[in-house]
Write a protein that binds this ligand. Structure first.
Ligand code: ZN
Length: 80
């Protein structure tokens, strides 16, 4: 009779653990959706001065539309 008690207890413990794991998987946050910039596949522009690539939203443009990584590089190229 003792054996049956322990067997039932073991099965109950396994059942509870399985349910907890399932609940944890369901409630676990899914991978965060990619940021709008990444999802949109934002264009990368090459700095006309140093050649580094910057996202289009962060690039600085000069009068003729050339892209720069910083105002410093934009003013340096403008001065030449
Ligand atoms: Zn630059």
């Amino acid at each position: 009779m003792k054996l049956v008690f322990w067997l039932i207890l073991a099965v109950a413990v396994v059942f509870v653990i399985r349910n907890k794991n399932k609940a944890a998987q369901k409630s676990a946050p899914r991978n965060a959706p990619p940021s709008p910039h990444a999802a949109a596949g934002e264009a990368m522009l090459c700095c006309a001065h140093c050649g580094i690539y910057v996202p289009e939203s962060e690039a600085l443009r000069n009068a003729i539309g050339a892209a720069y990584c910083s105002s410093e590089h934009r003013s340096r190229d403008g001065a030449v």
